[in-house]
Write a protein that binds this ligand. Structure first.
Ligand SMILES: NC(=O)c1ccc[n+]([C@@H]2O[C@H](COP(=O)([O-])OP(=O)(O)OC[C@H]3O[C@@H](n4cnc5c(N)ncnc54)[C@H](OP(=O)(O)O)[C@@H]3O)[C@@H](O)[C@H]2O)c1
Length: 294
């Protein structure tokens, strides 16, 4: 199968490219970098540098069996760029004859979302659903990047960490390998259009997650309960002032909104079993720069 990935260099994109490549599929794709990452070259037939908002040449997509949409600009002012840019790429690929499109949305996609991220993902979900395409909704991906990796680094480095709203927020976690396996299952079985929630079926609270990170990394970090509205206001103010921090206000807005949200997991329908949580945390600890004792 020939698969075209928009946002090849994203954490999910890198994992998926290698996983598809190892199964003999051929990949083409884009990222903003001038050149493709060296570790992906063995799997790549073609690579282009492309930004959301720029036109994708329909010729790039010719002969692709499916296009996967992973690029997302997290800038707080990029809502329109994400929505219009992604739709424009869809039209380019469609004009080249591609009929299978898989959009990577989020657990946080909601019509009434106060996070820009959730609102943009919902708008694009609506677009891809109306066009009878595939939607996958990963939960929080348990990789070294993003919120999960940031939480692990903070637990390991800081003596104290705020525990938002007492840590009772449910965290819909999923391993990067499970996301790749689910996407590959959908592509290889050419499933009918639909949407699949990709997260482990057993909910873990933020407190449980941070506690496991603390135990497994041998950290002595202490958790201080804090109402989530405080860091939300602080992070929003930093964004307005142009100050960049390891965590964006949108992540906290999404956490607050998802407090009472329960989506069913579809991993089992796609024959995917997420690895045990401790195993995922330990793998990250071992592979982090400096390893277990860093
Ligand atoms: N990680 C998660 O927990 C999670 C959960 C649910 C859904 N998702 C979705 O899965 C997709 C991949 O997420 P990820 O966490 O692996 O990576 P990510 O950090 O969200 O990266 C997004 C990708 O978008 C690209 N990008 C950013 N701004 C862009 C722009 N203006 N024009 C073109 N490309 C741009 C980046 O490209 P460059 O590499 O070229 O800089 C990056 O590779 C995203 O759509 C994300 O929303 C992720």
């Amino acid at each position: 199968m020939r698969v075209f990935i928009l946002g090849l260099h994203s954490a999910i994109g890198r994992h998926l490219t290698a996983a598809l490549g190892k199964r003999g599929h051929r990949i083409s794709g884009t990222s903003r970098a001038k050149e493709a990452r060296k570790d992906l070259l063995p799997y790549l037939d073609d690579y282009h540098s492309l930004q959301l908002g720029d036109a994708a040449d329909p010729g790039w997509f010719r002969n692709s069996d499916a296009v996967i949409y992973l690029a997302h600009d997290h800038d707080r002012n990029a809502a329109q760029r994400n929505v219009e840019g992604t739709r424009a790429w869809y039209r380019s690929a469609g004009s080249a004859g591609v009929t299978r499109h898989l959009f990577c949305t989020s657990y946080s996609a909601k019509p009434d979302s106060h996070s820009t991220y959730g609102a943009v993902k919902f708008e694009l979900e609506t677009f891809f659903r109306a066009n009878r395409q595939w939607l996958v909704r990963p939960g929080l991906v348990a990789g070294p990047e993003g919120l999960f990796g940031t939480m692990l680094r903070l637990v390991r480095r800081l003596p104290f960490l705020p525990l938002l709203d007492g840590g009772r927020h449910p965290m819909p976690l999923v391993a990067p390998a499970s996301v790749s396996a689910a996407v590959i299952y959908i592509l290889e079985h050419d499933l009918a259009p639909g949407n699949w929630n990709l997260h482990r079926p057993d909910p873990v609270s933020m407190k449980e997650l941070l506690s496991r990170m603390r135990v497994l990394s041998g950290s002595h970090c202490r958790f201080i309960p804090v109402p989530s509205i405080l860091p939300l206001v602080l992070l929003r103010s930093c964004e307005v002032l142009g100050i960049r921090l390891p965590m964006g206000a949108d992540s906290i807005a999404a956490l607050r909104e998802n407090r009472d949200l329960r989506r069913p997991s579809h991993l089992a329908d796609l024959k995917v079993k997420d690895p045990p949580l401790d195993e995922q945390i330990l793998r990250l600890i071992r592979t982090a720069p400096g390893g277990r004792d860093a």
